[in-house]
Every structure is written in structure tokens, then in C-alpha cells.
Design a protein around this ligand. Structure first.
Ligand code: HDE
Length: 721
């Protein structure tokens, strides 16, 4: 297991592991000799074969031709959606047997670690587009279970734009760059998208999510995942129940602010990919709990929405999410192309014990993924690519096709046969076969939409009503931005009318910023549930990110602004406290390299004010030391660094003379230590300052608390974002 050793080991992925099964395909070039693809050793790869040093290149140079030809064929088509992605390996472990609900083998035994590969993605942008754009994020997980691969191909938003998959090409054509001018890249803020949405009432709930902070996550490690559709769990006795699947990140659900996300798209377009990679390399393994909402079949019609409608959630307050296991991502891919690019997820990759419902979005997906992969991966043998291979044995009579890797023996490639003893034989439910749930189906063949799918406003309003005041403000600003980029006035009018249906204030506040009349106020109609006696809620606290995990600084990045002459005692004490709590402190200085403290001690400045901006960090700390603070203040960039962190509502700390750097920046309305009347330790709106070095312990404690809050929205009253 040389590879495992190289990556520092992968706890949990041992004997019966994906790495083991892939090992023959992994290649370490260390100590090898250069050869052609035919295994011929090569004497030089720096000069082509020529007739004389200045003469023509010869066709005879088979090494040159092979090398260039292979290069010419390196690209494969990018995914038609979700082209930009980042992957990671890990494992899943169930907390306790779920046998009562499902016979799926990987959900039975808490001692078993099932290997997984996860790919996170944006939806709209091309492969090279920026990570931090406003968009839905894909969260696709391949479980390599002993019964075959199970793919949970989810998103970080629990609903979708459309109810029937036949509309998928339309929504994607509308949101992708406009076909005549091929702009904008990776953005929904343009006419065609909002034109389509304004004519599609069923998208109302989804666009509330897309306009919310959920669509600009701080990290893949800090977002939820959702299976979106209602699936089935089926137990060994064949009893079926409905199930909604969730991923709950242990670090909580956190987002960027819009201005920060936009700046990052320029300053570090790989921000999320880098964040995931670095976290795993550092040992900050992302963790998510698998949550299930289980609904008895008898309750299929108990709610004020249809369980088959992918534009609806099952509010957690109606059906609690039970956390049944944990996903841990602990290993970066060895090769982006071979793994992250070639991985092929498919909603129809399902194992016994899990099954589909009649969600019309899901049914189209069950067709689409295989179809698109045939094109993208060049033929029907892509399941044989190492990252896609199941751990479970594969035996069937599929044969031939481009890039066939298997050499099947024998001549009876058909069933039934007698020449091969009837093999491979079929199995039964009892012996591990997938047997489709025997659902009774009755209906007229017609292009229809169920009446139970036709309420498009109640849950959009539920989402809006469940947000905190800052989240509402952000959503309004997002709508102003998106619609403000729409040139066609009628589209803007139609959209504010729709937003006004969700909430009159929302419609009015957006309208007034985008040059259209406020929509006529809509009466707050009670939800259908209230009218029909079905199960419903008016607000769902689980939908607000305000109620997420806010008690940890684990894996957070804190910039320490320091230059020669910094207070060594202050920096050391605060850095130690941050690191003890699981955060990471990085010194940012006027230049890279070693800088010296006031006692002559040395620290390494890993980043400079030229290469690092506050948007790349979760918080800022400025230690004292007059020379250090004066050198920083002289650059202007350090002041901008602090200002921006303030504007983006991040925790800021300063001790001793470091407080002076804060005083030189316009942190409006914030009390600082040592300012007239303020005491030695002051904590105000996430800005924590200390004049008296004796108080470093309570200071660090307070700074950690401020960082754990993630953002201090109470500043938004004074800062224009
Ligand atoms: Fe996808 N989707 N999708 N989608 N989707 C693809 O498959 C499609 C939908 C999702 O990291 C494609 O291999 C249709 C919902 C993720 O490789 C394609 C419909 C959800 C990924 C496709 C949907 C998703 C994809 C493009 C409506 C959340 C990336 C390349 C019926 C539950 C997987 C590919 C990865 C990728 C089709 C709707 C999630 C074209 C037709 C709803 C995370 O097959």
C-alpha cells in the first residue's frame, strides 16, 4: 500500500478497500524509465528526429508522433452541466443498523466502512469557471458497497427549478451563456434565465434558495446536501417507506457574503477547490452526517404538498431528520482527470433496499445520466474505468464496444445457455438481487401534470418567512443584483410580480431598486395545509442558516497581520490559542519570508499583502509591536485588509499597538479598547481588542467566540455590502 503511505494513510480504508481494488491501476513514476505506450525505452524527449541539426523533422519519429497525437486527444467533452467540480475520497459508516427500514448492506453494520468518492460542483459554469459564483452546488456521492455502487447524486439545495425532467434542457439553455454572444459565463444574472423563470411559476421556491446565501457557500465543507427526490427504503421483508436523504455538515452551514464571493472569483477562482484540497491535506477531514426523513406509505397524502414533487421539501419540523451515519472525506485524488473528471454518477445506480418513486424529475434523470456519459466518456465501457468500477463482482454478457478492458472467456455470451452451464445465473431478492418494488400503477397515458403539483407559492413563502432579517436582506440584494442585470424591462416586471406573490415587501423592495413599479400587494393567503387540514408549517427554523452550528472554529483560517518588530508574546499566545481550538493562523506580512519579533524570535510570513486578501481568510488578528504596526500601516494594504474583513462582517482581533491599526481604519461605530471610556478588553460587533497584555487569555477566548459566530451581521447597519 505504497500509495496510502504516501498520503499519510487513510484510516478506515483498509483490507477490502477501493484503494486496494484500484491499486493495480495507480501508477507511481518514481524511479521508472521513460518509454512509449508500447514499452519501448526512449533516449531523448527534448529534440525531435531531424535530418541534420537544422534540417526537417522526420516522420519516422514514432515517439514524437505518439506524444503529440496523445496530447491532441487529451480533452474529453466537459459535462453539459456541473462541468466545474472537485473530488475527494473517503468512507461512510452507519451509526446503527437500519435493517428495520432498509436491507441495503452498507446501512446494516456500524463496524463497516464503505469507501466513497464524492464530487462537488457548480452547475452552470464551464470547467475553468470560478468557484464562488452564485449557483447551486452539486454534491454527488458514489458508495462502493458490497452489493454494487449506490450513487446519491444530490445538490446543496433541497428542491429544483422544474417538476418534470422534460423541462431540463429549457432551464439549462436559459441559464447557460446566451447562444448568440456566449455570455455571461457561470452566471444566472442575464435576460434569458430570468425570462424563462418569470414564465415558470413552478421555479418560485427554487429561486428563493438560489437568491439566498445558500448559493454562495463558504466551503464545500460547510454546506448541506440533499437527495432532492423522495426515494424509498425497502426492508428485507419487502416493506417500503418513503425517504428523503440529507447530508448535514458537522462544521455547520456557512456562506460568503456576495461582495466577497465576487472578489474571490477574481483573486482566487479556485477558492473552493483549494479549500477542500488544503483541508484534507491538513487533516481537517470534512464530515457530514447522513440524515433521513422516513415517511410511512400510509402518509403519502398527509402533507399540503405532493411527495413526488421535487419543488417541495418535507419540513424538518413535520418529519424530523434522523442522523444515521457519517461520511468522512480523508484523501485527495491522485489524478484529477482519471478520478474527478472520469467519475460517472447516475441516479439509477441503486442497490437492493433503496428504490425510486414516481417523481417525474427522477425518472428523466434515470435516463439522462447514462446517456450523457456514453458521449462524454466515449462509449459503453466507462463503468470499467477504475474510479467507476464497483467493488462488487461484475458478471454479465455485455461485450465489445470502444475500449473494452475485459477479456471474457468462453463462447456462450447469451442467456439462457447450456454451453456455460447457464452462467452467469440470476439471483433472487433473498440471494441479493435488486427486485423493483411492486408498486401498483394505474393511469391514462397522457402528457399530464398532477393537480397536487400546482401550488408554487406556499413553500417559497415558507422559506422566506423562515429566514432571519440579515438573510432576508441578502436575498433582496441578490434579487436586485440579478434582475438589475436584466435589460428587458418586461422580464423585470414579471419577476417582481412573482416575488410580490411570495411576499409583498419583497416584491416592493426589489422593484424600487430595479426601475419598475412595485407589484400590487398580495394578500397573505393561508397555506393550503391550513385550508385542507393537511400537515403544514408556517415557518421552519431549520431553513435559516442563523440556526446552524456556531460553536467551533475548527479548520478556520485566521490571517495574522505582522511585520518586523511584532510583539512576540502576543502573537505566540494568540496563535497557540487559535491552533489549540483547531483553527489555523497564517502570518501575512509586507513581504514573504522570515520576520522577527520584538524579542528577536523568528516567524515565517507564508503570505504577503500582495498575494493575500482578507477574502481568503475567516478572521484577522493584529498583534502589537510598534514597528510592526507602523510598517503595516505605511502600506495602506493592511488597512484595506482590515477594512474589508470588517465590511464582510468577519471577526477581527487586535492587541497592544495592533489596536492602532484598527483605529486608522474607518470601523464605524465600533468601540475599541483604549478609546475614550473603553476598558482594556473590548468586544463589540465581532471586533475584539485588548490594550493590556495581561489579558491575553480572556482576549483569545473572546476572539475564538467571535470567529465561531462566522459573521457579525449586526455590522451591516453600518457597513454597505
Ligand atoms: Fe443532474 N445532470 N439532471 N441534477 N446532476 C448531470 O450528468 C439532469 C438534477 C446533479 O459530479 C449530468 O454526468 C436532468 C437534480 C449533479 O459528475 C446530466 C435533470 C439534481 C451532477 C444531468 C437533472 C442534479 C449532475 C451532466 C432533470 C440534484 C454532477 C453530466 C430531470 C438532486 C454529477 C452528467 C458529477 C449532472 C441531467 C436534475 C444533480 C446531463 C435531465 C434535481 C450533482 O446527465
Amino acid at each position: 500500500m505504497a500509495e496510502q503511505g504516501k498520503k499519510g494513510g487513510s484510516p478506515g480504508i483498509s483490507a477490502h478497500s477501493k484503494i486496494d481494488s484500484l491499486e493495480p491501476h495507480r501508477e507511481d513514476l518514481t524511479g521508472t524509465v521513460l518509454s512509449t505506450d508500447q514499452g519501448i525505452r526512449i533516449d531523448s524527449t527534448d529534440d525531435s528526429l531531424k535530418a541534420g541539426a537544422r534540417g526537417p523533422t522526420l516522420l519516422e519519429d514514432f515517439h514524437l508522433r505518439e506524444k503529440i497525437t496523445h496530447f491532441d486527444h487529451e480533452r474529453i467533452p466537459e459535462r453539459v452541466v456541473h462541468a466545474r467540480g472537485s473530488g475527494a475520497h473517503g468512507y461512510f459508516q452507519v451509526y446503527e443498523s437500519m435493517a428495520e427500514y432498509t436491507r441495503a448492506a452498507f446501512l446494516q453494520d456500524p463496524s463497516v466502512r464503505t469507501p466513497v468518492f464524492v464530487r462537488f460542483s457548480t452547475v452552470v459554469g464551464s470547467r475553468g469557471s470560478a468557484d464562488t459564483v452564485r449557483d447551486v452546488r452539486g454534491f454527488a456521492t458514489k458508495f462502493y458497497t458490497p452489493e454494487g455502487n449506490f450513487d446519491l447524486v444530490g445538490n446543496n439545495i433541497p428542491v429544483f427549478f422544474i417538476q418534470d425532467g422534460i423541462k431540463f434542457p429549457d432551464v439549462i439553455h436559459a441559464i447557460k451563456p446566451e447562444p448568440d454572444r456566449e455570455i455571461p459565463q457561470a452566471s444566472s444574472a442575464h435576460d434569458t434565465f430570468w425570462d424563462f423563470i418569470s414564465l415558470m411559476p413552478e421555479s418560485t421556491h427554487m429561486i428563493m434558495w438560489v437568491l439566498s446565501d445558500r448559493a454562495i457557500p463558504r466551503s464545500f465543507r460547510m454546506m448541506e446536501g440533499f437527495g432532492v427526490h423522495t426515494f424509498r427504503f425497502v426492508n428485507a421483508q419487502g416493506k417500503s417507506r418513503f425517504v428523503k436523504l440529507h447530508w448535514k455538515p458537522l462544521l455547520g452551514v456557512h456562506s460568503h457574503v456576495w461582495d466577497e464571493a465576487q472578489e474571490l472569483a477574481g483573486r482566487d477562482p479556485d477558492y473552493h477547490r483549494r479549500d477542500l484540497w488544503d483541508a484534507i491535506e491538513r487533516g481537517d477531514h470534512p464530515e457530514y452526517e447522513l440524515g433521513v426523513q422516513i415517511i410511512e406509505e400510509e402518509d403519502e397524502f398527509a402533507f399540503d404538498f405532493d411527495l413526488l414533487d421535487a419543488t417541495k421539501i418535507v419540513p424538518e419540523e413535520l418529519v424530523p431528520v434522523r442522523r444515521i451515519g457519517k461520511l468522512t472525506l480523508n484523501r485527495n485524488p491522485d489524478n484529477f482527470f482519471a478520478e474527478t473528471e472520469q467519475v460517472a454518477f447516475h441516479t439509477a445506480n441503486i442497490v437492493p433496499g433503496i428504490d425510486f418513486t414516481d417523481d417525474p424529475l427522477l425518472h428523466v434523470r434515470n435516463f439522462s445520466y447514462l446517456d450523457t456519459q456514453l458521449l462524454r466518456l466515449g462509449g459503453p465501457n466507462f463503468p470499467q474505468i477504475p474510479i467507476n468500477r464497483p467493488l462488487a463482482p461484475v458478471h454479465n454478457q455485455n461485450q465489445d464496444g470502444f475500449m473494452q478492458q475485459r477479456i471474457k472467456q468462453g463462447r456462450a455470451h447469451y442467456l439462457p445457455n447450456s454451453l456455460a452451464g447457464g452462467c452467469p445465473m440470476t439471483a433472487s431478492w433473498e440471494s441479493g438481487a435488486f427486485v423493483h418494488h411492486a408498486e401498483r400503477v394505474l393511469g391514462l397515458k397522457a402528457r399530464l401534470r398532477s393537480d397536487t403539483f400546482k401550488d408554487h407559492i406556499t413553500q417559497a413563502r415558507l422559506f422566506w418567512n423562515s429566514l432571519s432579517a440579515p438573510e432576508k436582506k441578502h436575498l433582496i440584494r441578490a434579487a436586485r443584483f440579478e434582475l438589475g442585470k436584466v435589460a428587458t424591462r418586461e422580464i423585470r416586471e414579471r419577476m417582481v410580480a412573482r416575488l410580490g406573490e411570495v411576499d409583498a415587501d419583497l416584491g416592493r423592495l426589489v422593484a424600487e431598486a430595479i426601475g419598475v413599479a412595485a407589484p400590487a400587494g398580495q394578500p397573505q393567503v393561508p397555506s393550503k395545509g391550513t385550508a385542507t387540514g393537511k400537515r403544514s408549517v408556517g415557518a421552519s427554523p431549520a431553513l435559516s442558516m442563523e440556526n446552524t452550528v456556531k460553536d467551533t472554529v475548527k479548520s478556520r483560517l485566521v490571517a495574522v497581520l505582522a511585520a518586523d518588530g511584532f510583539s512576540a508574546a502576543e502573537l505566540a499566545a494568540v496563535k497557540a490559542a487559535l491552533e489549540a481550538a483547531g483553527a489555523h493562523a497564517q502570518v501575512v506580512s509586507t513581504r514573504l519570508g522570515t520576520i522577527h519579533g520584538d524579542d528577536g524570535s523568528a516567524v515565517e510570513a507564508e503570505r504577503s499583502l500582495l498575494t493575500a486578501r482578507s477574502v481568503m481568510f475567516d478572521a484577522v488578528y493584529v498583534p502589537g509591536g510598534r514597528a510592526s504596526v507602523e510598517a503595516l500601516a505605511a502600506t495602506g494594504e493592511a488597512v484595506q485588509f482590515v477594512n474589508e474583513a470588517f465590511k464582510h462582517c468577519k471577526a477581527i482581533g487586535a492587541t497592544g499597538d495592533g489596536v492602532a491599526l484598527l483605529s486608522s481604519s474607518p470601523l464605524q461605530g465600533v468601540a475599541l479598547a483604549g478609546a475614550s471610556g473603553a476598558g482594556p478588553l473590548v468586544s463589540d460587533k465581532g471586533v475584539v481588542t485588548l490594550r493590556d497584555p495581561a489579558g491575553l487569555v480572556p482576549f483569545s477566548h473572546e476572539l475564538l467566540r467571535a470567529i465561531a459566530q462566522h459573521r457579525h451581521w449586526d455590522r451591516e447597519d453600518v457597513a454597505q455590502i
